[in-house]
Ligand binder design. Structure first.
Ligand code: MFK
Length: 193
């Protein structure tokens, strides 16, 4: 299998415009949903990823690998690392464009093992937009913002209407959110951006 990088983004794109209401660089972002496996503070054994807005088109996230995240003894599970990148990339799209979007495609390259106890520093970047398609990529570094790269990811997110979540979400969870809106982040999306 060739390791030659394929062109990225794979189609012609425009540079995404940061939404006028995107949080300022340096802002620490709250969990977007309390029960989100990636960032939720009520998701036991979740990743508890924390994200801070960076300059330009970037968001910096970090999470610490725990015993609950193992694949092999003492090492993070690769699928779980992919989950962390899905979250970090989705947070980047959602916060900088202020529009709901879902992951359509996620590609991860695992370059180094990630031991339990490691903190991964994930630097995610909005790369391009083509209609509803948003291209994003990220590097994950071991134990420091300038540590060695352990994981790389790139993804296609597709902008969706909020009705996507109402149509497909489990009813009892939607009802729970309606009863307690604090389960969701306090920065609601615009319905018609
Ligand atoms: C602040 C908020 C923070 C949020 C963080 C959350 C992080 C976590 C994010 C997730 O994990 S979301 C959950 C996992 N993803 C899903 O459940 C999505 C499931 N898939 C779908 O619902 C639909 O397939 C989807 C909305 C992605 C697309 O369906 P649509 O009918 O709306 O659109 P369509 O199929 O026409 O695709 C739109 C464009 O995207 C392209 N596309 C869609 N899926 C693709 C794919 N897999 N590969 C390549 N291209 C793809 C498609 O070809 C097309 O390109 P063109 O506009 O050029 O024709």
């Amino acid at each position: 299998m060739s390791r030659a990088p394929e062109p990225w983004p794979p189609v012609e794109t425009d540079l995404p415009q940061r939404h006028a209401d995107a949080p300022d660089p340096g802002t620490d972002l709250p969990p977007h949903y309390a029960h989100c496996f990636g960032c939720g503070d009520q998701a036991e054994d979740g990743l508890h990823l924390r994200a801070t807005v960076g300059e330009g088109h970037t968001i910096l996230s970090q999470f610490t690998v725990t015993e609950a995240h193992q694949g092999a003894p003492g090492l993070a599970h690769g699928g779980l690392l992919a989950c962390a990148f899905d979250e970090a990339l989705g947070t980047t799209v959602g916060n900088l464009l202020r529009s709901p979007a879902v992951t359509a495609k996620l590609e991860t390259s695992f370059l180094r093992p990630v031991p339990v106890g490691t903190t991964l520093f994930i630097d995610a970047h909005l790369d391009g937009i083509a209609g509803r398609k948003i291209y994003v990529s990220a590097d994950g570094r071991l134990d420091a913002p300038d540590g060695p790269i352990a994981v790389r990811a790139r993804a296609l997110f597709v902008l969706v209407d909020l009705s996507h979540f109402v149509t497909h979400g489990r009813k009892e969870d939607l009802v729970a959110v309606a009863k307690d809106p604090s389960l969701l982040s306090h920065r609601p999306f615009e319905i018609n951006p």
